[in-house]
Design a protein around this ligand. Structure first.
Ligand code: ADP
Length: 281
């Protein structure tokens, strides 16, 4: 019965072809929706960043006016203000300084998300030396002891961003200390296949495991500003910077037993690792 056999196969093939076409159509539709959605998200993200930038920028002007008048009040009428009024004036000035720092940090974060980043071989010895200079005053006032591993390797990174990242980690290591205990900080590295793991280890207050993820988010802080000053943006800058350099960041810590913040970045010159094409990010 050759006729039946060929008829049967013909029906099967037609069904299958039809099903394949439907599947292809659905795939195309899905791809289109994903592309549209990604474009929408990208646009919203850019709008949000532009908004953050302009709001932060515009907030600066009235803040400067507030600071200026508080200062003028102090200078011109300070001798006529009683102790209570002096305290109020000091609170205005302190809050203005705190807001100014917050705006600067927000702008730095916003700039980091928008900036073009060219990744190239970056000598970690120079990065650490520059970051050290940024926190030198803090080192002097806290009497900290810093041990830096010699001959740090070269990684693929964006040098100014990496300096900022390391400076933020150092600044935190110098800040979150047990009262009365001088900070002891170690910067060391380990090679992991084609990657470099750079660590900043401290003898500070430590972080409980349940908080170790959220501290990398913007504005997340575990203490009041009175206990430890800050804006809660430092580690968000660290994470965003490292993400943009295609690395990873993490923390190992125990409450009361110090912390070790680590960065994982590609080793320069390692087999199979080359800097991405210029302007790739
Ligand atoms: P900030 O330093 O302005 O508070 P960060 O984003 O740098 O903001 O850090 C977020 C929070 O993570 C800090 O408020 C603190 O609670 C915790 N933290 C960061 N670094 C350390 C550290 N080295 N030791 C203990 N806690 C830390």
């Amino acid at each position: 019965m050759p006729g039946w056999a060929s008829w049967g196969i013909g029906v099967d093939v037609t069904d299958r072809t039809q099903a394949q076409r439907t599947l292809q159509d659905l795939n195309t539709l899905l791809e289109q929706r994903v592309t549209d959605r990604t474009a929408q998200l990208e646009e919203t993200n850019q709008e949000l960043q532009a908004f953050t930038y302009s709001v932060s920028h515009d907030l600066r002007a009235p803040l400067r006016v507030m600071q200026g008048f508080a200062q003028a009040l102090q200078e011109d009428y300070g001798d006529r203000l009683d102790e209570m009024a002096q305290t109020y004036l000091q609170s205005i000035t302190n809050s203005a300084i705190q807001m100014d720092t917050l705006i600067s940090d927000l702008l730095a974060y916003s700039r980091l998300t928008r900036a073009q980043m060219e990744l190239r071989p970056t000598d970690l010895n120079q990065v650490v030396a520059q970051a050290y200079r940024q926190v030198q005053a803090q080192i002097a006032t806290t009497g900290a002891a810093l041990a830096i591993a010699p001959q740090l390797p070269t990684v693929i990174a964006h040098a100014p961003t990496l300096v900022q990242v390391v400076a933020n980690l150092l600044s935190n290591a110098l800040k979150f200390v047990i009262p009365g205990t001088p900070p002891q900080i170690t910067i060391e590295f380990a090679l992991q296949e084609n990657q470099v793991c750079l660590s900043v280890r401290d003898n500070g207050i430590g972080i409980a495991p349940e908080h170790q993820q959220r501290i990398f988010r913007v504005f997340e802080r575990l203490h009041g500003v009175e206990t430890y000053p800050g804006t809660g943006i430092g580690l968000a800058i660290v994470e965003k910077g490292i993400e943009r350099m295609r690395g990873r960041v993490g923390v190992a810590s125990q409450l009361g037993a110090g912390s070790r913040f680590w960065l994982l970045l590609p080793l320069s010159g390692a087999a199979g690792i080359s800097p991405p094409s210029p302007g790739a990010l």
